[in-house]
Design a protein around this ligand. Structure first.
Ligand SMILES: N=c1c2ncn([C@@H]3O[C@H](COP(=O)(O)OP(=O)(O)OP(=O)(O)O)[C@@H](O)[C@H]3O)c2ncn1[C@@H]1O[C@H](COP(=O)(O)O)[C@@H](O)[C@H]1O
Length: 100
């Protein structure tokens, strides 16, 4: 297990990478395919639906390893959606902090 600051650094690094892919659109990037898909943002919305379903199925199967893997896929696609909408990880942190 990592401590809280390590975990935060991973999310910051992931979101920064997503923002860089959005700005540069490199050819060999999965993130680029999400930002340039012919279905537009609907494609990432579909992926979020798929990953959510897969996470639910893993939970119902009591497969924690699979649940963690699908949760990571879900968080990644959710961060791409936030970036598409011009929101940031700090905006998400602020929303969560306001609920404490
Ligand atoms: N965290 C992720 C991440 N999580 C999930 N995925 C991709 O999300 C997709 C999940 O789709 P599925 O589960 O449906 O699997 P699939 O059948 O392979 O996908 P499809 O054919 O349906 O698109 C897979 O292609 C995964 O590779 C991710 N792709 C990238 N990242 C991060 O984004 C960074 C930048 O990646 P690139 O944009 O590829 O350079 C990477 O270094 C990673 O840190």
């Amino acid at each position: 297990m990592t401590d809280e600051s390590d975990s935060d650094a991973v999310l910051d690094a992931l979101f920064s990478t997503i923002e860089a892919r959005k700005a540069e659109l490199p050819d060999d990037s999965y993130t680029t395919t999400l930002f340039t898909h012919e279905k537009g943002e609907n494609y990432v919305l579909e992926k979020i639906g798929e990953e959510t379903t897969e996470a639910i199925l893993a939970a119902k199967d009591d497969d924690t390893e699979e649940l963690l893997a699908e949760s990571a896929d879900l968080v990644y696609h959710l961060l791409v959606l936030l970036s598409m909408k011009g929101a940031s990880l700090d905006d998400l942190r602020a929303e969560l902090r306001d609920r404490f």
